[in-house]
Structure formats: structure tokens, C-alpha cells
Ligand binder design. Structure first.
Ligand code: FAD
Ligand code: SF4
Length: 510
């Protein structure tokens, strides 16, 4: 008897494990279901991207001769509302002797899958997702017995494993990591490379209409919609990035510029996470550009490190730490997420407003905005991790829990007590001023440390160290700021506390 082969919305790769060895009479099941579209209120663009990419992928499967049972969200009234219900409905429509599915990317679905076999009455074979460089066992072996899970040592293992940027046993150029060269602010008048705008075809236009009707009250701008929704388009985006943006990717990796959402970033995360591109093929293209003299080593190493280093490492942490990871709250943060995370017009902080505006308009902001603007602010203000995690899962088109959670909970909020980061990524206004041009147009003064006009990041930074002194003072990498804080007078400390309290109350965190 044939098998049912279930493909999830982030498994849109023609070589995905669930399709390995598929017979002609096997049925592929794909489902747009209410449960997945609304378990958090995803950004409208994120829903449109995933549904459109799914519909295009199903069409490609049919062109290749596969039989596909596709559940459209428009038929949702009479249709299944969950993935399990979709599998049940497909089972009722034919005779199948097993379900084959690639392991899902989050605990929520992995736990649900454990109930499928008992509930549906057919064997369920869950196959490993081999679209990653590092499998679970390798990560567990690497992590075992270590005092800390430093990304750098994991990254070197991945370089050796893939052979990317290797010169025999040695790293290309003699160093593993060129991060120190990748921290330049963008010069005044810098013009970032142009991006390809993909025009919606009939399938995407149909999806956009449906999303507007059904999810028009979710956060974010649906239009204009210019994302790639097929592998062919994603490959064009990749090639354009390699040719135009990669050469200066390293230099301006940490930079921020008013009005520029992308700078030299690749914008590939959503395509890689959904399966339209493979992580290794992306890195190989970048390496080829370096070998051909088309991009310098600091750019290519920096880019490859993000993918085979950070991306693989983050996934490893997510599965290693398990569902309880999200329950930790090392800094005991309990504040409310301010309204301006949903509306950039509701804050006078130019940097935060800009990051939220990009997020709203593009379902995207780049890494430094996520980490050092919206993440840093939530960290300093003491917003409860669960609220921040949910925001990040909702607002980005690349947000799937396995990658969003350790980045937010661990890297940005230090809520895991130092699994992902060796110290909190906390910074005052000086850092933002150095790396961006935001402060020039801001209602607050980055030079002022206290008082109503002072940049809130300034006093919130010291207040953060002050209120977390018991938890953080022992961290070696925080010795310097704690020494400085120790020299503050009692009056200055009180002033910082008063400013912080006034400001946090005014924005509804307290
Ligand atoms: C608080 C916070 C939340 C984040 N949430 C997500 C998320 O939900 N989904 C997501 O894919 N990334 C997330 N990231 C990581 C990173 O910010 C995005 O991958 C990146 O901004 C995507 O844009 P890009 O494709 O232009 O990346 P580039 O800057 O061009 O980087 C190249 C690629 O490297 C990978 N990458 C870079 N950094 C990371 C990282 N820290 N973790 C995993 N992969 C990385 C991505 O695949 C990315 O496409 C988050 C980071 C932070 C600080
Ligand atoms: S002054 Fe402070 S709040 Fe304003 S843009 Fe600069 S860092 Fe952000």
C-alpha cells in the first residue's frame, strides 16, 4: 500500500527526507491550517510568504509527477484545523500503510506528533531532518561535559566538517574568525546595494487577497509584497546578494543607517529556513566568490560563520535544552512589552522606532537591530522573556521557534543565564550612536546621561547593571562596567533609579 508523506510549511525542499524513496502512488499531504496560522498572530507577510511558497512547492511536486493532497485555507470552514486533522482527512480518502514525516522544527509539533500513531491508527515514521550540517547526536556529543557551550569552538568543528574556507587542516588566511574587522559604521552618504523585488504572480496574488481577508488584523504591512516564493527566485536572490552585497557584508555587518532596512545583509534567512535554499549551497557560493576574487575573506568568513556557525549552533541549543529552556528567567524580568513594539509612531526613540518600522513593513530587521535595538531595549527595561519571545516569533518572516527562541531568550535577553552568550548584550546609547546615524534625528540626547531629555538607553543601561548586581557581578566580562558603577555616588545611583522608574512607568513596562 502507498504511504502518506506529510510536508510542513518549512520543509519546502525537493530533497527533504520525507520524500526519500517515495513511490509513484504515494500521496504527498500539505496543509494550510488555522492552527498553524494563528497559534501566535503571525505577521501578515510571514503568513503570505509561507502559504505562497507552499502552493508553489505543491505545484512543482505535481509537475514532477507526484500526487499531492493540498488543503487550502480558503476551505477551512469544512476542512481540517490542525496538521493532525489534515493527515486524518487524507487517510480517510484512501488506503495507506504508513505516514512518513520529516521531524518538525519545534517542540510543540514534535510533541503533537507523538500522539499521531495512536490517534490515527497507522504507523508514523518520523525521519531526521538532514538539511542541517550538524545532526542532534553530533551536537550532543560536542556539548557533553563542556563547562560552557562556546559557539566559536563549535564553529571550528563545522568548518572542519564541511571543509568550507579550509586550507588543508588550517583555516583559510591563517585565522578562524575575522569578526574584529566587521564592526565598521557605514560612512555618510553610503548607498547600499539594490535588491531584487519579485513581483507577485497569480498564486501569490490569490494568497495576498486571502491573507488580507482573514488575517488583516494581524500585525504588519502585507503590501507591497516582493519576497521570493520559489526556489528559482530564491536562487536569484542568492546570486544577487553574492554579486552585489557580499563584498561589503563584513565591513558593515554591524552598521545601521536611517531609512536603510537591509544594508549589505543577505535577506536569505526566510528562504533558508523554509527550505527553498540549502545552508551549505549558500556557503559554497560565497566561498566560490572569495576564491574567484569577487569578495574579501572578512566578508565571506563572516557570512559563512553566521550560517554553519550561529545557525547550526542555535538549532543545537534549542533541541539540547528542551522545552523547559523557554521557562527560565535568569534575570527575573517581569515587565510588560511596551505598545511601541507594535507601532513605531508610539515612541520618540529614533532607533527603536526605525527598527520597529522595518519590522512592520518588511517582516524583517537585520541582526544588529534585533539584538542591539529591540532586544537590548527589552533586556535593559526588564520585559518578561515570554512576551519578548512571542513578539519575535510573530513579527519576522524567518521566525520558527528553533531559531527564534535561543536567539531571543538566550542571546538578546540572557534569560537562560548564559548558555548562548557569555555576558548580556547590554549597551547604552554610545554604542548605538557609534554604529548608526539614528541619534542625530532623535528627540533624546545621546550625550545626556540622566534627566528627561537624556537617551533612555543611557540610564537604563546602568539601572540594568544596578538591579541585577547580585546575578551578574561575578561575570568576568562585566568587571569593567561594574567597577565603574561601583564608583558612582549614592546620589547618582538614585538619580538613575528615579529616571528609569519614571521612564518605564511612562511606557507601560511597569
Ligand atoms: C533577538 C533575535 C531574534 C532572532 N530571530 C531569528 C529568527 O526568528 N529566525 C532567524 O532565522 N534568525 C533569527 N535571528 C538571527 C538573525 O538576526 C537573522 O537570521 C538575520 O537577521 C536574518 O537576516 P539575513 O538573512 O539578512 O541575515 P545575514 O546577516 O545576511 O546573515 C546570513 C545568514 O546567517 C544566518 N544567521 C545569522 N545570524 C544568525 C543567528 N544568530 N541565528 C541563526 N542564524 C543566523 C541566517 O540564515 C542568515 O540568513 C535572530 C537574532 C536575534 C538577535
Ligand atoms: S539618542 Fe538614544 S534613543 Fe535616541 S536614537 Fe540615539 S540611542 Fe536611540
Amino acid at each position: 500500500m502507498p504511504a502518506l508523506r506529510v510536508i510542513l510549511g518549512d520543509q519546502l525542499s525537493h530533497d527533504v527526507a520525507a520524500l526519500d524513496g517515495a513511490a509513484d502512488d504515494d500521496l504527498v499531504v500539505m496543509a494550510e491550517v488555522r492552527g498553524e496560522a494563528t497559534y501566535v498572530r503571525h505577521h501578515q507577510k510571514k503568513i503570505a510568504f509561507i502559504f505562497s511558497a507552499m502552493r508553489h512547492f505543491a505545484a512543482e511536486l505535481r509537475e514532477k509527477g507526484r500526487q499531492v493532497r493540498y488543503f487550502h485555507i480558503e476551505d477551512d470552514e469544512d476542512g481540517p484545523h490542525t496538521l493532525r486533522a489534515a493527515a486524518r482527512k487524507a487517510l480517510e480518502e484512501g488506503r495507506f500503510d504508513e505516514i512518513v514525516i520529516t521531524e518538525p522544527g519545534e517542540w510543540r509539533l514534535a510533541e503533537d506528533l507523538r500522539r499521531w500513531e495512536g490517534d490515527l491508527g497507522v504507523p508514523v515514521r518520523v525521519v531526521a531532518d538532514d538539511r542541517f550540517v550538524c545532526d542532534h547526536e553530533t551536537f550532543e556529543e560536542w556539548a557533553e561535559g563542556r563547562d560552557d557551550l562556546l559557539m566559536e569552538s563549535f564553529y571550528r568543528m563545522m568548518r572542519r566538517k564541511t571543509g568550507l574556507l579550509m586550507d588543508g587542516d588550517e583555516p583559510e588566511g591563517g585565522r578562524w574568525n575575522y569578526d574584529k574587522e566587521n564592526r565598521k559604521p557605514a560612512p555618510g552618504g553610503y548607498e547600499p546595494p539594490k535588491r531584487i523585488d519579485f513581483q507577485p504572480d497569480d498564486i501569490t496574488s490569490g494568497v495576498l487577497t486571502t491573507v488580507a481577508e482573514r488575517y488583516g488584523d494581524h500585525f504588519g504591512a502585507l503590501q507591497p509584497f516582493h519576497m521570493a516564493v520559489t526556489r528559482a527566485e530564491a536562487l536569484r536572490a542568492l546570486n544577487a546578494f553574492i554579486g552585489r552585497a557580499l563584498p561589503e557584508f563584513g565591513d558593515y555587518q554591524d552598521a545601521m543607517l536611517g531609512g536603510e532596512a537591509y544594508l549589505n545583509h543577505s535577506l536569505l534567512s526566510a528562504y533558508i529556513n523554509a527550505g527553498l535554499l540549502g545552508p551549505e549551497e549558500v556557503c559554497e557560493k560565497a566561498e566560490a566568490a572569495y576564491r574567484a576574487g569577487g569578495a574579501p575573506l572578512n566578508a565571506v568568513e563572516g557570512f559563512i560563520r553566521q550560517i554553519i556557525g550561529w545557525r547550526e549552533y542555535i538549532r543545537g541549543v534549542y533541541w539540547l535544552k528542551g522545552p523547559d529552556y523557554a521557562k527560565t528567567n535568569h534575570l527575573n524580568a517581569s515587565g510588560k512589552l511596551p505598545d511601541f513594539y507594535w507601532d513605531p509612531e508610539k515612541t520618540d526613540m529614533a532607533c527603536v522606532s526605525e527598527a520597529v518600522r522595518h519590522t512592520r513593513d518588511h517582516a524583517y530587521s537585520h541582526h544588529i537591530q534585533r539584538l542591539m535595538i529591540t532586544g537590548n531595549f527589552a533586556l535593559l527595561a526588564g520585559v518578561e522573556p515570554a512576551e519578548v519571545n512571542e513578539w519575535y516569533l510573530i513579527v519576522y518572516s524567518d521566525a520558527f521557534e528553533w531559531v527564534q527562541l535561543p536567539n531571543t531568550h538566550g542571546m538578546a535577553l540572557f534569560a537562560d543565564g548564559g548558555v548562548v552568550a557569555t555576558k548580556p548584550y547590554a549597551a547604552g546609547g554610545n554604542y548605538i550612536n557609534k554604529m548608526s546615524d539614528y541619534c542625530k534625528g532623535c528627540a533624546y540626547s545621546v550625550k545626556d546621561k540622566t534627566g528627561e531629555k537624556a537617551c533612555p538607553f543611557n540610564y537604563l543601561y546602568w539601572y540594568f547593571l544596578d538591579r541585577n548586581e547580585d546575578r551578574l557581578k561575578g561575570l568576568r566580562r562585566l568587571n569593567m562596567p561594574y567597577n565603574t558603577l561601583g564608583k558612582f555616588s549614592v546620589e547618582r545611583r538614585n538619580e538613575i533609579r528615579e529616571d528609569a522608574d519614571r521612564f518605564l512607568k511612562s511606557i507601560g513596562v511597569r
